[in-house]
Structure formats: C-alpha cells, structure tokens
Write a protein of this length. Structure first.
Lengths: 475, 182
C-alpha cells in the first residue's frame, strides 16, 4: 500500500532529522524559553517584571552559547542543509544569527531601563514571549532555503510584530498595530500570489534550484513582476519603497526598545535573504541587468522618499521611521552589485548600522519626554551629556561623516556602486550614485537638526522651520 | 490508490461531487416526506436561535472574537489530528523505519497539542474566556392586587383566544394577552 520510494524517502528524512536538530539548537532554545515564559506566566502571575526579564535574558544568553557552539559543529567552508532542503547553514548565516542575537540582547537591555516595562500591570510574560517568537522567526528566516520556510518565518515575525506594536495599550498603539496588521496581511497575500506563479513556472519552491534561472524573465520582462510580488514580503519587512507605508505609524506607537529592534533586526535579516537570492540570480547576465535596475530603482525611491518625507516630521520617532526607510534604500544599494567586495560591504554596513541604530534609539529613549516630539529634545543634551553625546555621535555615523565607522560603511557601498558603473555604464546607476550622495546631505541636515536641538537650543526657542526650505532649495 | 487512473485532484473532485450530491439528495427526499405548512415564524431567517434584529454591521464585543479565535484554533487542531491518526500507526511504515516513524509522529503531536494546551491554559488564567454574565434583578415591587384576580384575567383571555383560534391549534408562544403577577 505504500510505494517503496515513499518508504525510502521517509527513511532518508528520518535519518536527516537528528543532525538537523543540532543545527536548530538556537531556535529550539528560543522556542523552549518562550513557552517556559508563558508557563511561568500562568503558574506564577504575581512575580515581578524583572523575574520574567531575567528568565528571558538568561534563556537568550544560553541560546547564544548554543549558537556559538554551532560555529564549531558546522565547518566554515561548507554549506549544510537542514530538514531536507528547507534550511541551510553557512558561516555567513551563523554570523547574521549572531548579529540577531546581539540585537535581541540590546533590546532586552533597553527594555530593562524603560518606564513602560515596569508598570504595575504590565503583562511581561506575554510580551517577552512574543519578543522571543519574533527573534525565532527572524533566525529561521536567516537560514531559509525554501520559499515556504521564508513565508512561514515571515508570518511568525509579522504576527508577533503586530502584537508587540500594541503594548503601550493606548488608542494610538492600537491604531498603529491595526495598520501594521492590514498592510502586513496585504503584503503577505501579495507574496503568496507571487510564489504561486513562481511555483507554476518552475514546479519547485527551493530558492536555490537552478530552474528559477530559467523563468523567462529576460524574454518577457513583465514576468519580472512575478519576482517583485514574491519579494514583496521581504521588502515589507525592510520598509522599502512600495511597502513602506506602515513604518511611521508603527514607529510612533510602538515602545522605543521594540522600535529599535524593528529598525535593525528584520532589515538586516531580510537584506541577507535578498542578498542570497540576488547573488544566485545574478549568475545569468540578463537577469543580473534586470535585477540591478530593479534594486537601483527601489533603493533610489526609498532614499528619496524617506529623506524628503522626514524633513516635515515634528515627531521624533516618525522622523526616525522615515530616516530608516532611507537607510533601507542605502542598504539596498548593496544588492545592485553583488560581488565578493559587495558582500564585505554588506557585512560591515549591517553590523555598523545595527550598532548605530541601537545607540541612537538608546539616546532617544533616555532623553525624550513621553510625547516624543522633536522639541522635547531642546536643551536636553546639556542635562544628560552622555545620552546626548551618544545621540550626536550616532547621528553623525548614520549620516556617514568621516571620523566614524558609518563613513567607512557608506564609502564601501558607494565605491562598489562606482565600480559597477564603470563595468556597466547604465545611467540608472549613475543617477543612484549621485542622488544617493546628495541625499546623504539632506540626511545630514536632518540629524544635525536633532543634535543642534539637543545641545545648542534653549528651551521653547523659535523652531527653525525656515531652514528646511533653505536646504531644499539648495538641493 | 496506486493502480487507479484518477489523478490526485480527481479524488478531491469526487469528494466535492459526493458532498453536493449527498446534501441535495437529502433535502430532496425530505421535501417529499415532510408536510409543507409555512408560517411567518418558520419563514424568518434562522440565526443560531437569535432573532435577527438590526443590520449585520453592528459592533460586536471583542470578547466574541477571542472566544471564536480559540475555537478555530482547536478546530484546526482536530483537522490536523485526524489525518495524523490515520497514518501514524501504519504497520509497514513502522516496520520500514524500525519504529522511528511512530516515535517521531507521536512526539511531534505531543509537542503540538502541548503548545495549544499551554495557550488555552494561559488564555483561561488571564480571564479572556470569561463571559459577561447578565445579573438578574428581581423587581422589589409588591403588588397590592391579590394573585387570584390576575388568574381570572388570564383565564378570560385564554378562553377568548381559544374561541377565535377554533379551539384546536392553540399557539403556545407567549401571547400578548396573558398576564403574570410581577
């Protein structure tokens, strides 16, 4: 009644299972700690918030130790597949998972110091459970080698993110959360639609299957749309141009440590997945040209829209949302030229970006008053020199001014782009190059405005709205 | 199904056709057998025993969604458990894998059900399953009219009703003319 092939494949899958479980140690630990937190929340509901915090942090540290152990278990030069062809582990994947773990730890540390977390009736068990689920989803996403595992891990990330957005329990928070949910549901539907087309063309969903190279995109460029649909879910998580609309509301309403995490971890991990897909597709010359142009376009529009929309913001976290859309654009520039040099630029930029963003949000969390408008920073830098100093330093780094690592990161990216332009002089690349550099100037103004406010402006001074228009006309 | 010439979707199609035939056949036979005596109440839309009043776009209490979500979770669990129960103990599979298959399937299902059970325990402990109970307030009004007077009125009303309805089929629904002592 069962065919011999079926039984043979079953036996094979079972034999692959136990090595896979070793590779999934980090994820299993995270899931276990998350469920343990829920159990504690049921059994010991009266325990203080710090108790749950310590369980979560301890669990994360233990999972990190397991992750570090995986470095020894999986040889650096080899690619190992887990659970059939669902997931794959390379040395780079382990690096990105490490970066994810560090971001999660920094978020927990920021949580420890935030006022909302220590409110009397705060449901810490549920909150930390959702947070660890988010980390778990991102970690699986980083390893995905199958479109279904991309889709499922994105859903896990999204659902926990919708809920994490609402944890201020105000009407505003609910609004941000519902908007996030609606846009997210649409994006994931769009992604599924694209995936169904890809499956129809190729008969497989394994991302790195060579049949994907034979989708006749170069003959019928409209088929590129199928790819755009399929990548939509990842672009949504990165808040890149056509899928960016949710960012301002979510950033404004979510708790600041969570915003810091949202602005780093999903972007970095999604970028890593996109990088893998891009460098795989770029083996075919025509696909390379087509996708280079696509990424150049998305990067250009994200940078432009993010920066210019940010100029009009008066709310601190909305401003950060738009600036993070622009940062997504800068990150996507890497995808225009996937080369080994481009990869080191990617590694460097994402690492520096993660640290810069956490520094910046830490400064904001320390200095801003609850209403979180730009004005509330006025003069605060003089009172809190450390937080103000970090804020200014990170702002300088995010802009990419010379003494900081941010400068090196931007230099790497744009020099890579310049080299690509010289081998393939397409005007779009030049436009992206020039526009990107010019926008760095807008960005510089934006963030220097923050710093200026923090240190040099007396409280309730006249806002320098006029200066914005001056800069705009200069451009 | 190895020897049949029906494709995988063919089987699903057969089930769809079977389902439609079953329902239509049942309704048709019932329509042959049943007496047909419609009245206003029988013809009104059936809405889970509730009287359908007002538009369907009214606001619902969000507790309703919570309970509905939990219900759907467990319904989906059943949908997964059923095919699992069919394949999990198959002797040829167990024999071919040295029992590993059964152990794995059992363990997986325990994990799955365990997570759902934990979720149920959490939502229960946090009070999300508590329904708002309506409190019955008995009126503290004392009628000065003695009880037998009320009964006399009711009897008179009932006899009038019986005469008008022909005596045989008395409507058992609460008639507007029956009075009860408060």
């Amino acid at each position: 009644m069962f065919s011999p092939e079926l039984i043979e494949s079953l036996r094979q899958k079972l034999s692959l299972l136990s090595p896979s479980l070793v590779g999934l140690g980090f994820e299993l630990m995270l899931a276990g700690v998350g469920l343990f937190l829920l159990l504690l929340d049921v059994l010991l509901p009266k325990k203080p918030v710090t108790f749950f915090w310590w369980v979560a942090t301890g669990g994360l540290l233990a999972a990190g130790a397991v992750l570090a152990g995986a470095h020894f278990y999986f040889p650096v030069e080899e690619t190992s597949y887990l659970l059939g062809k669902m997931l794959r582990i390379t040395a780079e994947t382990l690096y990105f998972k490490g970066l994810l773990g560090i971001s999660a730890l920094l978020t927990l540390w920021m949580l420890r110091g935030s006022a909302f977390f220590h409110r009397l009736d705060f449901p810490a068990g549920a909150f930390l459970f959702l947070f660890l689920s988010n980390v778990l989803g991102l970690s699986v996403l980083a390893m995905s080698a199958h479109w279904l595992s991309v889709y499922f891990s994105l859903e896990l990330v999204s659902v926990s993110a919708y809920l994490l957005t609402a944890f201020h329990f105000e009407p505003r928070a609910g609004e941000g959360s519902i908007k996030y949910l609606l846009f997210g549901a649409t994006a994931s539907a769009v992604m599924l639609y694209g995936l169904s087309f890809l499956y129809g063309f190729t008969g497989t969903l394994e991302i790195f299957s060579p049949t994907f190279l034979q989708v006749p995109v170069s003959k019928h460029p409209v088929l590129g749309l199928v790819w755009v649909l399929a990548l939509g879910g990842l672009l949504f998580k990165m808040a890149a141009f056509p899928f960016h609309i949710w960012a301002p509301d979510v950033y404004q309403s979510a708790p600041t440590p969570i915003v810091a995490f949202f602005s780093v971890a999903p972007k970095v991990v999604a970028l890593w997945v996109l990088w893998q897909i891009a460098s795989f597709l770029y083996e075919i010359e025509e696909l390379r040209r087509l996708f280079s142009l696509f990424w150049a376009g998305v990067a250009l529009l994200s940078i432009g829209l993010g920066n210019f929309a940010a100029l009009w913001q008066t709310h601190l976290k909305r401003l950060m949302a738009y600036s993070s859309i622009a940062q997504t654009g800068f990150l996507l520039v890497v995808l225009v030229v996937p080369s080994p040099g481009g990869f080191s630029a990617l590694l460097f930029y994402t690492t520096v970006y993660a640290l810069m963003n956490f520094g910046l949000f830490w400064g904001i969390a320390k200095m801003a008053s609850p209403e979180e408008t730009l004005d509330c920073l006025a003069g605060k830098g003089r009172e809190q020199v450390l937080a103000g100093g970090v804020l200014v330093l990170m702002a300088i780094a995010l802009v990419g001014l010379p003494p900081t690592a941010g400068f090196t990161a931007k230099l790497l990216i744009f020099s890579g782009l310049w080299e690509a332009y010289q081998t393939w002089p397409h005007p779009a690349l030049l436009v992206l190059f020039i526009f990107g550099l010019l926008n760095a100037a807008v960005f510089a103004f934006l963030l220097s405005q923050n710093s200026f406010l923090a240190f040099f402006q007396r409280k309730k001074h006249q806002r320098f709205a006029g200066k914005k228009y001056l800069i705009l006309t200069c451009l | 199904m190895g020897t049949s010439q029906i494709s995988a979707f063919g089987w699903a199609f057969l089930f769809i056709v079977g389902g439609i035939v079953f329902v239509v056949l049942g309704l048709w036979v019932a329509s042959l057998l049943r007496p047909a005596r419609p009245n206003v109440e029988k013809l009104s839309a059936y809405e889970c025993g509730e009287e359908a009043v007002g538009p369907a776009w009214g606001p619902f209490h969000n507790r309703y969604y919570r309970v509905a979500l939990v219900f759907i979770l467990f319904e989906v669990e059943i949908v997964l458990l059923f095919p699992w129960a069919v394949v999990f103990g198959q002797k040829p599979l167990l024999a071919a894998t040295g029992g590993q298959w059964g152990q794995l399937a059992l363990l997986e299902m325990f994990v799955f059900v365990g997570i759902l059970a934990l979720g149920l325990a959490w939502i229960w402990a946090k009070g999300h399953l508590d329904w708002v109970k309506s409190t019955v307030q008995s009126p503290d009004f004392e009628s000065k009219v003695p009880r037998h007077l009320y009964e006399q009125v009711n009897e008179r009303a009932l006899s009038v009703q019986n005469k008008t309805a022909g005596g045989a089929a008395v409507s058992q629904s609460p008639s507007p003319t029956s009075y009860r002592q408060p």
